[in-house]
Design a protein around this ligand. Structure first.
Ligand SMILES: Cc1cc2nc3c(=O)[nH]c(=O)nc-3n(C[C@H](O)[C@H](O)[C@H](O)COP(=O)(O)OP(=O)(O)OC[C@H]3O[C@@H](n4cnc5c(N)ncnc54)[C@H](O)[C@@H]3O)c2cc1C
Ligand SMILES: *[C@@H]1O[C@H](CO)[C@@H](O)[C@H](O)[C@H]1NC(C)=O
Ligand SMILES: *[C@@H]1O[C@H](CO)[C@@H](O)[C@H](O)[C@H]1NC(C)=O
Length: 657
């Protein structure tokens, strides 16, 4: 069976690369309406929101000009509707684009507001309608001999959408890797008083006090109708990927970022491989006309996407570490072979360095384009095909803290064994990118490192993921221990806990929101949505989990795992117990502390140790979450620390020492 799978994958991959150049089924439109422009539903590009609930609005409008946009906002303001801007892509994973109350709400779409791209050759700037797609912008300015220095790796975004969430490529040089830091002008349409016509356009420049609020605004300040970018004369880039040993990444990442204008590092922890991307500008007359057609964004035959998902799901359900690792090792080897999709002559990879125009080397997304004739291939995550389905975590660290985070992940890897980290290496491992300090209130105040990682998401909400504890541990280290910030456009809800406290200028952003609230509507209503994002459930309405309570409940499951010896982490704990609470590594003590806390939660809802040991299955939701939410149980004191049997190490203990 496995051999067959690999044969199939090899066939898929070779056919995929030979024939991907042209046709594919385009991703489905994120908006679906039951009637023409009414009874509409919005989804993200993966087809499922974090809370797995849908997002509705009774109506949608498609303005085509700035004045038309203004009129729609004025109308909404007059009629007290809650408004959110939606794009033709909806590539933000959290529910930012969903209005808070679906009955009295309106989607304003920028899908048809995408015609104007005004280039100013003297000033090297471009002013664009907010709904214009990134690829269209890049192609237009490159034709005029100009380049946009920073943009996302993924090109399926609109100009206004991409700056709204602080999205980025990778660079500590110049203005840095975040796109919003290349913005030098914005038009914002905001609600206004009746005598101003209920809505008005304000033009912001960097001197304006609102500018730093408006650069990254999560769609909460108003409609971004025009964006002006600073450009540079067109340039080329030269890229070399070095697949090498991962020892020393924690010390080398800074140097790497300083030496390479567009450098990044991809880390495959289970493979112990780091891929350094040496990526720098070269003069325009350097030979080379390459294309970066990133493998993950190419279209795949639907059958194969389904097959890969089925295989991954099978390995998940049977807890098959070996299967996952074979998959990971295969994919990494394949990526090395084809240089992640870099194509020297726009067709295939023939060797390093790969040199090409900025417009072809920074952003990609060939699965977005269709001839619609071939309906057998599409983006691997297309929600209509049961293909890949995954979570996407993105944590942003001040560069000074990042080395220690990597050290902790490496320690965890040594303790649980690298094989148990194969899950992320089936995707893109950990991708490290660099963002320079920014003045945007909701941007990064200091030079930062962003780490992205994807992992399996179960098709239904209550199926526990394999090695869930490991990924949860890493997320908690990132977001709690190191207080990393979440990327606004990615992550599960857990990453947003206390996010306000992590942005020192958060209050300034809120103040800006209120200052624009003269004519009421958008911003105040949006604030409610904002709080709901940060504190699910608290204000009711959104039926999503209380993440803090869920976290406590999840920790209890760790404890249960330890008691039942089901989990690799048990070895850490036992080791710790053995050394009388003196932890062998700081990592272990961090986990132990958390597990010990679990006894407190279990006590609080009336469980005794025996109850826990006796349980054959542990559903976080049923066993503990619901009880914690309801509260009020008789408290039972636990006799000892954990599970009675501290003196008896589990089988296999010695093999981990
Ligand atoms: C496959 C994939 C790859 C990705 N790669 C990267 C990457 O390399 N780097 C990175 O940083 N991010 C990446 N992202 C995230 C992506 O860049 C962001 O989600 C981006 O915001 C999406 O833009 P969009 O046009 O789809 O906007 P949407 O997701 O539709 O909207 C985003 C937010 O902006 C608001 N908004 C949109 N238009 C306007 C407007 N005109 N006025 C006011 N508010 C508006 C919306 O209401 C919403 O709150 C990726 C996402 C996916 C799915
Ligand atoms: C690849 O990276 C390793 C580790 O940083 C380094 O020792 C080696 O020289 C690099 N190889 C190339 C070809 O740059
Ligand atoms: C990486 O290097 C370290 C020490 O430099 C070595 O112990 C380890 O085996 C190497 N790993 C791989 C996968 O080559």
């Amino acid at each position: 069976m496995t051999n067959l799978l690999w044969l199939c994958l090899v066939l898929w991959i070779s056919t995929a690369t030979l024939f991907t150049t042209s046709s594919a089924m385009p991703p489905p439109n994120p908006i679906k309406c039951n009637d023409i422009n009414s009874n509409c539903q919005l989804s993200n590009s993966y087809g499922v929101w974090g809370d797995r609930q849908t997002c509705h609005a009774p109506n949608i409008v498609y303005p085509t000009t700035e004045e038309h946009l203004r009129q729609e906002l004025a109308n909404a303001n007059k009629n007290n509707l809650k408004v959110k801007i939606v794009t033709k892509f909806s590539h933000t994973i959290p529910k930012l684009a969903c209005p808070s109350n679906s009955k009295n709400s309106l989607f304003i779409s920028t899908e048809k507001y995408d015609s104007t791209i005004d280039i100013n050759m003297e000033r090297l700037t471009v002013t664009i309608d907010g709904g214009v797609g990134l690829r269209k912008l890049i192609d237009t300015i490159e034709k005029a001999g100009l380049s946009l220095v920073a943009s996302t790796y993924w090109e399926g975004v609109t100009v206004a959408g991409v700056i709204s969430t602080g999205a980025h490529g990778s660079s500590w040089w110049g203005k840095g890797g975040a796109i919003h830091d290349h913005v030098i002008g914005l038009n914002l349409i905001v609600p206004a008083n009746e005598n101003e016509g209920y809505a008005k356009v304000i033009k912001l420049t960097p001197q304006d006090p609102l500018f730093n609020a408006a650069k990254v605004s999560l769609g909460l300040l108003g409609i971004i109708s025009k964006v002006t970018f600073q450009l540079e004369p067109a340039f080329k880039r030269s890229i070399t990927l070095n697949f090498t040993n991962d020892s020393g990444i924690e010390d080398e990442f800074m140097e790497h970022a300083r030496k390479n204008e567009f450098g990044d590092i991809q880390w495959y922890p289970s493979r112990q491989i780091a891929v350094y991307r040496y990526d720098n500008r070269v003069p325009l007359n350097t030979p080379g006309d390459a294309l970066n057609d990133f493998l993950g964004f190419q279209s795949n035959p639907i059958l194969v996407s389904k097959y890969v998902r089925a295989a991954e799901k099978g390995f998940e359900n049977t807890r098959n570490v070996g299967g996952k690792c074979t998959m990971a090792s295969f994919f990494v080897a394949y990526k090395k072979l084809i240089a992640n999709g870099l194509k020297n002559n726009k067709l295939i990879f023939t060797g390093y360095p790969v040199v090409g125009h900025q417009g072809k080397m920074q952003s990609s997304g060939s699965c977005l384009y269709s001839s619609s004739i071939d309906i057998t291939s599409t983006c691997a995550w297309d929600p209509t095909i049961n293909g890949l389905f995954f979570y996407e975590s993105t944590a942003i660290f001040p560069s000074s803290k990042f080395g220690n985070f990597i050290r902790d992940v490496k320690k965890l890897r040594d303790l649980v064994k690298p094989e148990n980290m194969c899950g992320v290496d089936i995707y893109n491992g950990f991708l490290f990118r660099f963002i320079k300090a920014s003045d945007a209130y909701l941007g990064q105040g200091e030079d930062s490192v962003v780490v992205d990682f994807n992992y399996y998401r179960a098709s239904d909400a209550l199926t526990p993921r394999f090695n869930q504890d490991i990924w949860e541990e890493i997320e908690q280290m990132a977001f709690l221990k190191y207080e990393a910030k979440p990327h606004w456009a990615k992550n599960r809800n857990v990453a947003f806990v206390d996010v306000q406290k992590k942005y020192p200028k958060f209050n300034k952003f809120v103040a800006a929101m209120f200052s624009l609230d003269r004519g009421k509507e958008i911003s105040r209503k949006a604030l409610i949505a904002w709080e709901k994002l940060c504190q699910p459930r608290a204000a009711g309405g959104l039926n999503i989990l209380d993440v803090q309570v869920w976290n406590k409940a999840a920790i209890c499951k760790l404890l249960w795992n330890v008691c039942k010896k089901k989990d690799k982490l048990s070895h850490i704990l036992w080791k710790d117990q053995y050394t009388m609470g003196v932890s062998i590594v700081p990592q272990a003590s961090w986990i132990v502390q958390k597990i010990l806390k679990a006894t407190k939660y279990l006590e609080a809802v009336g469980y005794q140790e025996e109850d826990i040991v006796r349980m054959e299955k542990f559903s976080i939701q049923k066993v503990i979450y619901t009880r914690l939410v309801r509260g009020e149980y008789e408290k039972v004191r636990w006799r000892k620390l954990v599970c009675n049997n501290v003196g008896a190490p589990p089988d296999g203990f010695l093999s981990y020492s």
